[in-house]
Design a protein around this ligand. Structure first.
Ligand SMILES: *Cc1c(COP(=O)(O)O)cnc(C)c1O
Length: 441
């Protein structure tokens, strides 16, 4: 499988090179040259397949011959080795809980797959590192990405991970997930905003001195090795879906649109889905586009579903690419709506009160969007993707329900560990000298 850049100014590359590069040199996003077809046999008999086998079958064509079969089987097994249950909430709405991974958010799946692929590529002798002994993954986070990346890359040999986060602006659960691992994970606590962190990272990537001395790469959500494995849980959801003759409507809380784009890709390769809803908060660039066919990026506004506070979603271009930029084909399967902060809060409260099901703010946006859609399509049923555990956003959730959110056993120990971060001013020179020191230059 070859990947081309959506800007069409960079050479085509294989999966390995696309993973290492992250973004194409022309600043476009990598996209597969063709969308593989999943065998009908697998779809028709999906309940007889293990998740591991489904995962291998789905990923194999995308990875091509860059990773041998046994290695790829090991990687997908490790990627999905936690529960992904489909929980009935109302008669018409089910919740696919994607938050049982190590950092309690769906980003664990993409981060685990990418870290293991990169770890494999680094071990291969033909990766021309020269005198640079290690790969350094550099990433800025507003909260969820950093934890998933840190956890995914923890103890991966040959890889150092440097995470920049804005001091005082991530939740305490998120901060512990970033700062307590140690070993090859380095957390830089920046006296500034998320935008400052991102600016420092961007600056480091174009620094000539660093380029000479370090092998730097990024682990952000546009990387194909993070994007593509997100297809897997759409297949697992269909496997658990009772009425195979009436496929589900799927509602996806969306920010950068990588998650829903992976779902649409799965559908294009043969997975039965009735309809996709991109559920947005007040950041409504895509809902507006679906109304007007005008794509107008905006500055992001802050909401309680903050992982979706994105004003110019990077992956939307990939959705257009899937449909060859034909609006009517896109609109036949996809719609998008914006849910207000008030509706997000009242949905979270009502669903907890009436159905004893606790959504997180992102899941509440998805739930409300699905509920609205089903009002006008009463013969259908659907699935909302629950993208994070409510405890990650307890400061927003607890006042709404007037109760404490119990902390899952799996993270209780981590919360008792001592935070270990390196405090740093928001200055590029300081980041650069840290990176040089880390690499032993
Ligand atoms: C990242 C994130 C999203 C948005 O996912 P995209 O793939 O960027 O659309 C939604 N919910 C949670 C909890 C997230 O962490």
């Amino acid at each position: 499988m070859k990947y081309f850049s959506t800007n069409h100014q960079s050479p085509e590359v294989d999966f390995k090179q696309a993973t290492i590069n992250g973004q194409a040199p022309d600043k476009g996003l990598y996209f597969p040259e063709r969308i593989p077809t999943i065998s009908k046999e697998l779809i028709e008999n999906i309940t007889q397949y293990s998740n591991e086998e489904i995962a291998y079958q789905v990923m194999k064509p995308y990875v091509g011959d860059t990773i041998p079969e046994l290695e790829l089987r090991r990687i997908v097994e490790e990627t999905i080795n936690f529960d992904i249950p489909l929980v009935k909430v109302t008669d018409a709405i089910y919740s696919l809980e994607l938050y049982h991974g190590p950092t309690l958010a769906f980003k664990d799946i993409g981060a685990r797959f990418m870290s293991r692929c990169l770890g494999y590529f680094v071990k291969q002798s033909d990766l021309n590192l020269g005198k640079k002994k290690k790969v350094t993954v550099l990433v800025a986070t507003s909260g969820d990405t950093g934890g998933a990346v840190a956890n995914g890359f923890y103890e991966v040999e040959g890889v150092e991970v440097v995470i920049l986060y804005p001091s005082g602006k991530v939740s305490s659960v998120q901060e512990k997930q970033l700062t307590t691992l140690g070993k090859n994970i380095h957390a830089l606590e920046i006296a500034g905003t998320f935008d400052d962190c991102q600016q420092m990272v961007k600056q480091a990537f174009i620094d000539e001195d660093l380029k000479q001395k370090l092998f730097l790469t990024s682990a952000n959500s546009i990387n194909v090795a993070r994007w593509l494995p997100q297809q897997l849980y759409y297949f697992f959801a269909y496997k658990l879906w009772a009425d195979k003759h009436k496929p589900p409507v799927i509602s996806v809380p969306s920010g950068n649109f990588g998650n829903i784009c992976a779902g649409i890709l799965a559908h294009q390769s043969g997975l039965p889905v009735q309809h996709f809803i991109a559920a947005c908060n007040a950041n409504d660039v895509v809902p507006n586009y679906m109304q007007s066919q005008q794509y107008v990026p905006k500055n992001a506004v802050a909401t309680i579903s903050n992982a979706m506070d994105v004003g110019n979603p990077s992956n939307f271009i990939r959705i257009l690419e899937i449909f060859h930029h034909q609006f009517t084909d896109l609109a036949a399967i996809f719609s998008s709506c914006s849910i207000s902060e008030d509706h997000t809060k009242s949905t979270l409260q009502t669903i907890y009160k009436n159905y004893h099901y606790l959504l997180d703010p992102h899941g509440a946006v998805g739930f409300k969007a699905l509920d609205q859609y089903l009002q006008s399509h009463p013969d259908q049923k659907g699935i909302v993707l629950e993208t994070a555990h409510p405890v990650k956003f307890y400061d927003a959730v607890e006042p709404l329900i007037g109760e404490l959110v119990p902390i899952p056993v799996s993270i209780q120990h981590q919360l008792t560990l001592q935070k270990n971060s390196i405090k740093m001013e928001a200055q590029s020179e300081m980041l650069n000298s840290f990176l040089l020191k880390l690499s032993g230059s």
